[in-house]
Design a protein around this ligand. Structure first.
Ligand code: DGT
Ligand code: CA
Ligand code: ZN
Length: 579
């Protein structure tokens, strides 16, 4: 059965395609379906089980959305989407990921030059064949070329952002586990290691009837084409061109298969060498004694690591960055876990222009998740489209006071998400800033400054005593916008010196601080982090898991994360800087 997530993705694809067809995000139909995406995501029951008559009673779901949902659930496809995909194929849609390329420009490129893919656009820029096209002067062309390289969009290296792949993989695993003959299912590969982009989705299932599983797999609505179908391995493509490999093994080989297909390749090579040194052979079927051929271990990953004389290595660490030595003789980092986190320090509501759930709903959702404290951090006044004026800040304060009595078990801090200006100054004024219990300051503008300008800008912001944390450090959008250039060493040192925490933003589009920078931050003793969700909707509190996974991939230890602390100790960090 189609999950709400899957239905929301179907509607989102319709939105993306309609934006192309209409040439604008503002078209009435686009807006209507866009609201429906959010409505389905927030629906407390399964849309697939609701008849159209019931669906239309949900706010923001109209007759035509209800029709599309039923069509999708009942037939496995939506005719309108199938038709639009022919007009705007996946390679052409990818062009819209490039900053500055709106739907109209993308359509113009195809109509005027026949340019309908990222590779063709690169070629056209190189051949100078864009000359004379409106809005595509030499400067924009240069920017586009740089962006294509920096977000890795071209050629065989083309990778899918984790935000697109992860929800699909989670749904697929659920669907596979729902099959009667599947006893275990796990997505593996780079996705399980929590790389921010992935080449393909690798899934392993345990089953005694693999042929049936493969048959059920290839007939799932998500599957657009079959690359190859066999009993032990089947590969398919989604409409967006994402490859999914499914492998079926026996239950007693599941651990070995999951270990092998999780990788990384480098991790596997080192593990296999270690096995050889012990007179053992490690492959995707198990760990066996080289001489006798007897299987030593194969059922679970922890058992295999154990048989190799290693402590268990979490998937996020398996990159051949010294994790095997750490698991052998230590010290093994004590990675932060989801259950350690007590508070969320970056939360928006509809008080911010881009918030999508009301303040009351956000607070209720945080309380329902069992958080001990949150900071409501609406956008600040310098962000003209979204930010709160001083009057609005004080008006929201009144609401927070009311909500504190309604949710006595949750501490609601009054915070703000400040904007770091090009010169490092932030919103409001020093006195007014002291109204807030917590301020996170973020870069939202001026992404094109030089490395030294960006670095200076952040150092200046960190010197502000009201700035307790820096939000989403690089400002990147994975697969869409490269991050700002920074001297990270200088930033880490200044953070320690000024008593400023670095946020690890759990939004799947951001995952910022990026994990490869977190790995380098290990040498910066005393650096403190907060793992936050940047929620704009009640459903986004779930981003906490992703923030934690990103931190774990960066070898971030529990002891360096502030929001694992009880409230009083957490607030000491804020107070120390303000003194
Ligand atoms: P990706 O797909 O590029 O995002 O990254 P991975 O790591 O998912 O790579 P993929 O899909 O080619 O292979 C999945 C896992 O299978 C990989 O992480 C380790 C294992 N694997 C694949 N090829 C080899 C190989 O030649 N040698 C070893 N030791 N392991 C391999
Ligand atoms: Ca893969
Ligand atoms: Zn925010």
């Amino acid at each position: 059965m189609s999950s709400n997530g899957e239905i929301a993705r179907m509607l989102q694809e319709l939105v993306d395609l309609l934006i192309m067809a209409e040439g604008s995000k503002q078209a009435f139909r686009v807006r209507a379906y866009e609201k429906a995406v959010a409505a389905v995501q927030a629906l407390p029951k399964d849309a697939a089980e609701m008849p159209a008559s019931e669906l239309v009673k949900v706010p923001d779901i109209g007759k035509s959305t209800a029709g599309k949902i039923r069509e999708y659930v009942d037939t496995g496809a939506v005719a309108r989407i199938t038709a639009l995909r022919k007009e705007f194929p996946a390679e052409m849609m990818e062009l819209t990921r490039i900053p500055g390329l709106g739907p109209k420009t993308v359509v113009m490129l195809r109509d005027k030059l026949g340019v309908a893919s990222v590779d063709q656009l690169r070629e056209a820029i190189a051949n100078e064949s864009l000359a004379g096209l409106p809005g595509l002067g030499p400067k924009s062309q240069e920017k586009i070329a740089v962006a294509i390289d920096r977000i890795g969009l071209h050629g065989k290296d083309r990778r899918t952002p984790i935000a697109d792949a992860l929800p699909i993989a989670e749904d697929l695993v659920d669907a596979l586990l729902g099959l009667p003959t599947v006893t275990k299912a796990q997505y593996c590969g780079s996705l399980r290691r929590f790389r921010e982009t992935i080449a393909d989705i690798d899934i392993v299932v345990a089953s005694n009837a693999p042929a049936d599983v493969m048959e059920a797999f290839v007939s799932m609505p998500l599957v657009d084409g079959i690359i190859g179908q066999g009993d032990s391995k089947t590969s398919v493509l989604t409409a967006a061109g994402l490859q999914i490999d499914l492998r079926a093994v026996k239950a007693n080989q599941f651990g070995a298969a999951v270990l092998y297909f999780t990788g990384s390749k480098q991790h596997n090579i080192e593990l296999r060498q270690r096995a050889i040194d012990k007179g053992l052979l490690l492959n995707e079927y198990g760990l066996e004694d080289t001489e006798s051929g007897k299987v030593v271990s194969s059922r679970t990953e922890p058992a295999i690591y154990n048989a190799l004389g290693l402590r268990y290595i979490p998937p996020e660490m398996r990159e051949g960055r010294g994790e095997i030595a750490a698991a052998d003789s230590g010290p093994m980092p004590e990675l932060v876990e989801v259950n350690d986190i007590r508070g969320d320090l970056h939360v928006h509501s509809t008080w911010s222009g881009d918030g999508r759930s009301t303040l009351d709903d956000m607070v209720a959702a945080a309380a329902a998740r069992g958080l001990e404290y949150i900071a409501m951090t609406e956008h600040a006044e310098d962000l003209r489209i979204n930010g709160l004026s001083r009057d609005e800040v004080m008006a929201e304060r009144k609401e927070l006071i009311r909500l504190r009595t309604e949710h006595p078990q949750l501490t609601i801090l009054h915070g703000s998400e400040l904007n770091i200006g090009a010169d490092g100054t932030v919103d409001y004024d020093p006195d007014f800033l002291m109204n807030f219990d917590w301020c996170v300051a973020s870069v939202h503008t001026h992404f094109d400054l030089t490395e030294s300008e960006q670095t200076q800008r952040l150092l200046t912001a960190m010197e502000n005593p009201a700035v307790s944390a820096i939000g989403h450090l690089t400002g990147r959008r994975i697969g869409h916008r490269p991050g700002i250039r920074l001297n990270t060493r200088a930033v880490f040192e200044a953070a320690i010196e000024t008593g400023t925490a670095l946020e690890i933003n759990g939004h799947l589009h951001r995952l910022d601080v990026p994990s490869e920078l977190l790995v380098t931050a290990r040498e910066s003793t005393g650096l403190r982090f907060v793992i936050s969700t940047d929620s704009h909707h009640t459903t986004e509190f779930g981003n906490l898991r992703w923030g934690v996974s990103n931190a774990r991939r960066g070898w971030v230890e529990r002891g360096s994360v502030l929001n694992v602390l009880p409230l009083a100790e957490f607030l000491e960090f804020v107070a120390a800087k303000r003194k």
